[in-house]
Design a binder for this molecule. Structure first.
Ligand code: FAD
Length: 304
């Protein structure tokens, strides 16, 4: 009996020791351990988790808001199209979700702020918390920026195909085009349920009016149904020559991929799809013409 108690005590001691040393190894030593502790005492001390002030909240649609976040300390910045982890505490539980940055690099340079735009989903814990409980001057925590859904050059004509909150990284990229390459030829096909669900509506129409080579084509599922091959070609006749950036819910992505398949194209996902759940994904596609078959597909289309 006594031997059992001693064995248990030793086992507990060992678990605590390996737990702490494992933690130190994992996070890079004493410094990170101190940061972890100080972060528990005061969130603003954390280096891994960047404390940000919510400086502005703007309603975009009935269930979507944009949050302007200002990091307290030096934060690594981002490339348009990237996303950040956002950590919040909901009912005593820390939850972390990814949100794409929807603002431009220039906005960050000028103000030190980034925007995220969050759609509240049914029974969604973090999206619900952000949309209903967070106010200006609240403190949240964000990660450094991540993701490969970015545009590395603006040489070829671009096509963005987005749906719902998949517009957020695309918006950041478009703002970047406006700032760096305003003559770039590009088209945005944006699918939403209905007219009043177009996120960034005013801004998109304004950009379309001011950028000479930008075509903005919204589509409303309640009027037109889901995306079709015919619709894609009528929106963008030279789709096979475009550098395509696709971002939206998985069902939508699958539909678009099936359409482009029907165009007899080979798709190359050159940017890894950024995703970890079932809500938003992004992929950069390079379409390469299949010799001969694409000519037939185009001819078929021309005779319709
Ligand atoms: C790279 C990336 C970028 C993203 N960018 C954006 C963005 O810019 N804007 C944006 O709005 N979103 C974005 N997302 C999605 C975002 O990360 C969240 O997934 C989304 O906000 C939902 O999180 P939530 O906590 O509100 O939902 P959760 O609480 O995680 O719930 C998700 C779903 O599960 C269901 N559910 C939850 N609990 C249960 C349960 N116990 N039983 C049954 N069902 C349950 C909910 O009803 C809901 O439908 C992005 C995702 C990724 C991966």
């Amino acid at each position: 009996m006594e031997a059992d108690i001693i064995r248990n005590k030793l086992a507990i001691k060992e678990r605590v020791r390996t737990g702490v040393s494992g933690f130190l190894k994992q996070r890079g030593g004493v410094q990170d351990y101190i940061e972890f502790i100080s972060c528990e005492i005061d969130p603003l001390f954390s280096r891994q988790r960047n404390a940000v002030d919510v400086v502005k909240i703007k309603r975009e649609t009935k269930n979507t808001k944009t949050f302007t976040l200002k990091p307290y300390r030096a934060w690594g910045g981002f490339k348009p199209g990237q996303y950040i982890g956002v950590e919040v505490e909901v009912n005593g539980v820390r939850l972390r979700r990814n949100y794409s940055i929807s603002s431009s690099s220039l906005f960050f340079k000028k103000t030190g702020c980034v925007n995220i735009t969050v759609k509240q989903i049914d029974a969604g814990r973090v999206s619900g918390y952000l949309n209903n409980q967070v106010n200006t001057r609240d403190v949240l925590h964000i990660s450094e920026a991540m993701g490969s859904f970015t545009v590395s050059d603006y040489i070829s004509p671009l096509l963005f195909v987005g749906a719902g909150s998949g517009i957020t990284p695309i918006m950041s990229i478009i703002e970047g085009i406006k700032e760096n390459s305003p003559l770039q030829e590009f088209t945005l096909i944006y699918h939403v349920l209905s007219k009043d669900e177009v996120v960034f509506s005013d801004r998109l129409y304004m950009l379309a009016a001011s950028l000479p080579n930008f075509t903005f084509l919204p589509h409303y599922t309640d009027e037109e149904g889901f995306v079709t091959e015919k619709q894609l070609i009528s929106d963008c006749a030279d789709i096979v020559d475009r550098n395509i950036f696709l971002c939206g819910p998985p069902g939508f992505m699958d539909s678009v991929l099936k359409c482009t398949d029907a165009l007899s194209c080979i798709l190359f996902k050159s940017g890894a799809a950024d995703r970890e759940d079932e809500v938003v994904v992004g992929a950069h596609l390079n379409i390469k013409k299949k010799t001969n078959t694409i000519t037939n597909a185009t001819k078929r289309q021309e005779t319709k």
